[in-house]
Design a protein around this ligand. Structure first.
Ligand SMILES: C[S@@+](CC[C@H](N)C(=O)[O-])C[C@H]1O[C@@H](n2cnc3c(N)ncnc32)[C@H](O)[C@@H]1O
Ligand code: SF4
Length: 397
């Protein structure tokens, strides 16, 4: 699957309730002014298209992420898409994804999203038993998920589901049975995340007090192994650590991101990576919605940071992102782009140890390597040979 030239990520920062495991930029507010959000998003996109980066290329993917974008009206989605189409040219087959929660109130809006132009829905199913959904603080139950999946499959060309596994008390057998049930729904893209206890969340506080006991590392590794087996047997191999798809059904926006392509991040707390000639520009907007609204009103955009990355920083990001992908990193392309070489002896050592595989000019993490990916990346990066001296490029005027 080829990745698009350029993508747009739009962040909707609100949720109906905050899940106790989640550290995404999501906030619960008594009232949300959708008109104000639309105005602010439009201003930020105009700034991006006219002042910051006039020539960004054709848009091949648009991703409404959150938070819970399925709290938005279809009209708001349609207006945002219209504005994008006014500012940039769109690929004829542009992928338009929306992250949705499966509660019945959200599902009532699915038809409107389809009419507005969304062609791919990503559903946060998370678990297929009501006790665990309650534990995860979700507002939906299994029956809601099943209805939402059926409806989504009748409306959208492409449907994906998210599940969280390695939950406290869950064993390998239970998880495998749940995963097989999830696969029986026929979705061609599935994202499977091991539960992570994120600092500052209610789950972290419970874990600290010993009231939430995570499953052991060995058991988590067994679950990961079993997950890969089942997904490969079912024809949805991993194309990234947590993302699985029928070949050809990979999320183009995900691919763009992990192939280290260019994308704009719009809305509170969104990150972007833009390209200007050979340089990469990292953008980050104000995280707190109220601050972001205030900044877009006073400055015409909510960008809190627009930073030209040094070649060393960009090369490191490129390595980090590519090694999450099953297709891995093309050493020749990497060397051409950044003028840096990766130490062949280190690669050989990691191949010998069973952490990497080498196919022609590409290297990729094995299952064993994927379990300790950060250490694999650190080992490679440490021995990377800089062929060009470190330099910090100045920001474009
Ligand atoms: C932006 S979030 C969710 C979108 C949507 N609001 C939802 O909850 O369904 C994207 C995905 O990240 C996963 N996720 C979030 N926090 C996690 C955590 N602490 N551990 C594992 N997975 C997590 C969930 O599966 C979630 O669907
Ligand atoms: S609904 Fe999604 S984004 Fe919102 S708090 Fe829960 S996991 Fe986080």
């Amino acid at each position: 699957m080829s990745s698009p030239e350029f993508g747009i990520y739009v962040h909707w920062p609100f949720c109906a309730a905050k899940c106790p495991y989640c550290d995404f930029n999501s906030h619960v507010r008594a009232q949300i002014d959708e008109h104000a959000w639309l105005r602010a998003v439009a201003r930020e996109m105009e700034f991006l298209a006219t002042d910051l980066m006039p020539a960004l290329g054709s848009v091949g993917s648009i991703f409404f992420g959150g938070g819970t974008p399925s709290l938005m009206s279809g009209r708001a989605i349609g207006e945002t898409l219209d504005r994008i189409a006014e500012l940039w040219s769109l690929d004829a087959d542009v992928e338009v994804t929306l992250e949705a929660n499966p509660s019945s109130a959200d599902a009532e809006r699915f038809r409107d999203y389809r009419i507005a132009g969304v062609n791919r829905l990503s559903l946060g199913v998370q678990a297929l038993n009501d006790r665990d959904l309650k534990f995860l603080g979700r507002l939906h139950d299994v029956a809601d998920s099943k209805c939402a999946i059926r409806l989504a499959e009748s409306l959208f060309e492409r449907v994906s589901i998210d599940l969280i596994y390695a939950r406290p008390g869950q064993n390998v057998g239970q998880w495998c049975a749940e995963l097989r049930e999830a696969l029986s729904f026929g979705c061609e893209h599935v994202s499977l995340y091991q539960l992570t206890i994120e600092d500052g969340t209610p789950f972290a506080a419970l874990a600290e007090k010993g009231r939430l006991v995570q499953i052991g590392e060995d058991q988590a590794a067994d679950m990961y192994e079993a997950t890969q087996e089942i997904m490969e047997d079912t024809g949805l191999p991993a194309y990234e650590i947590s993302n699985h798809a029928v070949p050809g059904q990979e999320c183009r926006h995900n691919l763009l991101y992990w192939r280290y392509g260019a994308y704009a991040g719009i809305g509170p707390g969104a990150h972007g990576r833009l390209r200007h000639g050979g340089t990469r520009i990292a953008t980050r907007t104000e995280r707190l919605p109220e601050r972001w609204f205030a900044r877009t009103a006073s400055e015409g955009h909510g960008f809190a940071e627009i930073q030209v990355l040094s070649r060393e920083e960009a090369a490191r990001e490129h390595l980090l992102m590519n090694l999450r992908l099953a297709e891995g990193l093309d050493l020749d392309a990497y060397c051409r782009e950044w003028g840096r070489d990766i130490d062949g002896t280190k690669i050989d050592e990691l191949v010998k140890g069973g952490f990497l595989v080498r196919h022609g000019t590409r290297i990729a993490a094995t299952r064993q390597g994927a379990l300790v990916l950060n250490s694999v990346i650190a080992a490679i990066a440490e021995r990377e040979q800089a062929m060009i001296p470190r330099e910090t490029l100045s920001a474009p005027g």
